[in-house]
Design a protein around this ligand. Structure first.
Ligand SMILES: Nc1ncnc2c1ncn2[C@@H]1O[C@H](COP(=O)(O)OP(=O)(O)OP(=O)(O)O)[C@@H](O)[C@H]1O
Length: 581
């Protein structure tokens, strides 16, 4: 499993840059940069308004203290204007930030989905270990969190820096010089309010980081445990019938309880840490309300500043402190954000490893050969454990051939088909594929997508690619006449159709797509022998030039093939001609 790295080290920032920069240099870069520039301007404008409001405090409270009624309404209207500008900047700042966020998320989602689907990465990632748990969560939730949190944190940081800069100047001006008697000496501290604010915040930040650090790992794990728990529930839904037949509810309950217990335990740890952190942060913020007044009180009672000045100091102090303690405020956000970044980086790395393996380092070589010829040269197939299941397989198939692959269960028949489809990476040798010809693989249980029966039949071709009459004719040939009037009905067909009906659907797909090379992995295992015969005869009549390679256990299959490849599961194989009686 990919672990959350504990620190923000150089490597993390390098990877982070890799994750982030692609969007800002993409084809959408000008739109993205333009939007970001407007948001930054609005943020700076908002800080400027905050400075004007801070000055307004001074004027307004002095007006009150000195009972200057004539200026009261003017001050109020000035406040209304400033407040309106502050609100407008806030509203549009958020609106545009969300606009940028969704555009960025859309772009990244497209990119991740494309990369996940490219070169069957989704399949190979599963095959090549489990270092990425729940890729669906990475694409749906993590990309969302990543884009929103990155913008929120970056813009928050910018605003914090500019606010600190502006209000430190204000505080410095209001501070004057503090003189402390130290024995016979006098200690003079210029801008002492600034030092007080900085000291207070640094102490708070340091303590928060110390208390809150374990939350990074805990949050990372929480997301993963939640996804694992959800996944186990989804599996029950997907396999409900099988589980119901086995009466496996108790076992499932034990399994759910076990997975949920992990969620529960981890959440307890988060709660305990969060409690400590909340004790600290709430106390810290409560004390921050009174702290500036305490610090500025000596100057007020020495009559060096008026009430307006005191309130202004308190407000400026609050702004500095709030911005400086940006890390304090958003420590848990930063922890969650770091966990998201780590997970995304893990996902990207895993995809890259799988794709690099697919393009470079693999020892099985898939090459385009001659049209009408499939040549397998010295093919060795192994398992991830290193066990050899097929040794030096060498044979050729020509257009129109029909080969039956047989052997005991677990001998490696499906694995051979996977290797011919380019899905199995463990092994070495060379496969010369028939150049420029259409190939179709039928697994034992075909995938039925969600949608109408027509979509299911045509998959993966789009609807409309075959005429209505053509579809109906082929359905009738495959003994699917009973479903003709349901062609446009949307159902969860994999739940409704029997396994045999699903296998007939798969044959109908073959006849609709008319591949030149057809590989069938126990594709008639759920059918009676009469139907099996009818379907193979249909292939021989309608697709007489198509080369057929079938994997199966039944003797009846001998009738539809010319050659037989028998695997013994220990690496050995033999090729023979089938003599039909
Ligand atoms: N992803 C995998 N990881 C590890 N081992 C695997 C994987 N897929 C298959 N195997 C192993 O490879 C061996 C061959 O499996 P395969 O499915 O090719 O056998 P088969 O001859 O088609 O069996 P059957 O007739 O029962 O369908 C089996 O021992 C199986 O456990």
């Amino acid at each position: 499993m990919e672990q959350s790295t504990k620190h923000f080290d150089k490597q993390f920032f390098r990877s982070m840059w890799k994750l982030t920069h692609s969007y800002w240099y993409s084809e959408e870069k000008w739109k993205a940069r333009g939007l970001l520039a407007v948001i930054v301007c609005l943020t700076l404008f908002d800080v400027y308004i905050a400075v004007l409001i801070n000055q307004w405090y001074n004027t307004f409270y002095n007006t009150l203290q000195q009972y200057r009624q004539s200026e009261f309404l003017h001050d109020i209207s000035l406040f209304a204007t400033l407040a309106f500008l502050h609100i407008a900047a806030g509203v549009y700042g958020l609106y545009l930030r969300q606009m940028l966020q969704i555009a960025w998320r859309k772009w990244m989602t497209n990119r991740y989905v494309n990369s996940w689907l490219a070169r069957r990465t989704y399949y190979r990632m599963q095959l090549l270990g489990d270092s990425t748990d729940n890729p669906d969560q990475r694409i749906s939730e993590d990309l969302n969190l990543f884009t929103s949190a990155t913008l929120q944190l970056t813009l928050g940081l910018l605003k914090a820096i500019v606010t600190v800069g502006s209000f430190i100047v204000v505080l410095w001006r209001l501070s004057g010089i503090l003189t402390l008697p130290l024995g016979s000496y006098q200690l003079t501290i210029p801008g002492y309010l600034v030092w007080a604010a900085v000291g207070y915040t640094i102490a708070g930040t340091w303590l928060t980081v110390k208390i809150g650090r374990p939350l990074i790992g805990l949050n990372y794990n929480q997301q993963r445990y939640e996804a694992d728990f959800r996944f186990s529930l989804v599996r029950l839904r997907e396999n409900s019938e099988s589980i119901a037949f086995y009466r496996g509810e108790n076992q499932e309950r034990v399994h759910f309880t076990k997975r949920f217990l992990v969620v529960f335990d981890n959440f307890w740890q988060i709660m305990k840490k969060q409690k400590q952190l909340t004790w600290f942060t709430l106390s810290y913020f409560q004390f921050a309300i009174i702290f500036p007044t305490l610090v500025a009180a000596p100057r007020y009672f020495a009559r060096k500043i008026e009430l307006g000045g005191l309130i202004q100091i308190s407000n400026a102090f609050g702004n500095v402190q709030e911005s400086l303690s940006f890390i304090v405020n958003s420590y848990t956000d930063i922890a969650a954000w770091k966990a998201v970044v780590d997970r995304l980086l893990g996902f990207v790395r895993h995809m890259e490893t799988v794709q690099a393996a697919a393009t470079g380092k693999e020892k099985i070589e898939w090459r385009d050969g001659q049209a009408g010829l499939l040549a397998i040269k010295n093919l060795k197939l192994g398992l991830p454990s290193g066990r050899m299941i097929l040794n030096n397989l060498d044979f050729q198939l020509k257009e129109g051939d029909a080969l039956l692959v047989a052997g005991p269960s677990g001998a490696g028949k499906s694995t051979l088909l996977r290797s011919l489809a380019g899905l199995w990476p463990y092994g070495e040798g060379c496969i010369l594929e028939p150049s420029g010809q259409t190939v179709l693989f039928l697994p034992q249980k075909s995938y039925l997508p969600l949608g109408t029966l027509r979509d299911v039949l045509l998959y993966p071709q789009p609807a409309g690619s075959v005429s209505e009459d053509g579809i109906k004719q082929i359905m009738a040939w495959c003994k699917l006449d009973g479903f003709i009037n349901k062609l446009d009905q949307t159902e969860d067909w994999s739940r409704i159709l029997s396994l045999g009906e699903q296998q007939r659907i798969a044959f109908a797909r073959v006849l609709l797509q008319r591949p030149q090379w057809l590989f069938l992995d126990e594709a008639t295992s759920a059918l009676d022998e009469v139907t099996e015969k009818a379907l193979y005869q249909l292939l021989q009549e309608r697709l007489n030039k198509t080369t057929i390679v079938s994997v199966g256990h039944r003797d009846t299959l001998n009738n539809y093939h010319k050659q037989k490849l028998t695997l013994d599961g220990a690496g050995g194989w033999s090729l023979s001609v089938i003599n039909r009686t």
